[in-house]
Design a protein around this ligand. Structure first.
Ligand code: DGI
Ligand code: FE
Ligand code: FE
Length: 195
């Protein structure tokens, strides 16, 4: 699918703010794809659709989780975690986007997971560092993203888990699996606690 068509499809499903976020994620993902030698076409298409289902009703998302091969344990966790997996199914059903790498990157953009591909890390990170974000620590992650994709994902994953724990939120297993895997892959960021 051409990127202009993807943008036209996604826009009416989002608020103006979320649409602008999506375009910034797209530009950030393109930059990361160039830097780390990933397909620009896949990165931009995954970025444009990553929040496609952000505003679906909870009933609809619940139904899709129950009636497709998506993991049922999503239903035991916060509904914020549903929009990526649900979008990975709906873009295929509705628009025939069946590229497994793109679907996987959309699927895991909120939590990450163990053994993320380069494209998954690019979307996970682009969503975190796009220029409209101002989480504590994001400036460091942005700087690191220019030099080391895995280390920057590890920092984002660690910040997100710390943030969730401060809020006493439950944490989905894939969120921890992402952190553990990235910690091993980066040797804990500093080589001391790498086991
Ligand atoms: O959709 P966006 O707002 O652009 O960003 P996102 O898809 O990364 O999701 C946003 C929220 O999801 C963010 O506030 C962190 C939260 N999140 C990530 N992992 C978990 C989680 N929330 C819970 N409760 N549990 C998780 O494991
Ligand atoms: Fe999202
Ligand atoms: Fe997003």
């Amino acid at each position: 699918m051409k990127i202009d068509e993807a943008i036209r499809i996604v826009e009416p499903h989002l608020t103006q703010k979320r649409f602008e976020h999506t375009l910034r994620v797209k530009d950030t993902a393109i930059n990361l794809a160039k830097l780390y030698d990933e397909s620009i076409e896949k990165a931009e298409l995954a970025a444009v659709f990553h929040d496609y289902c952000k505003y679906r009703s909870l009933d609809e998302m619940e139904r899709i989780i129950k009636t497709t091969s998506l993991p049922k344990d999503l239903l035991n966790f916060h509904h914020e975690l549903w929009h990526g997996p649900v979008a990975s199914v709906l873009i295929d059903q509705e628009y025939g986007i069946d590229d497994g790498e793109i679907k996987q990157a959309i699927y895991s953009h909120t939590t990450g997971r163990a053994n993320m591909s380069k494209l998954e890390m690019i979307i996970f990170l682009a969503d975190y560092i796009e220029p409209g974000r101002d989480f504590p620590g994001v400036v460091d992650v942005r700087e690191t993203a220019k030099k080391d994709l895995v280390l920057a994902c590890w920092m984002a994953s660690k910040n997100t888990i710390s943030f969730l724990m401060k809020k006493n939120a439950t944490i989905y297993p894939d969120t921890f699996y992402a952190y553990n895997d990235l910690t091993k892959r980066t040797n804990g960021g500093n080589g001391i606690y790498g086991k």
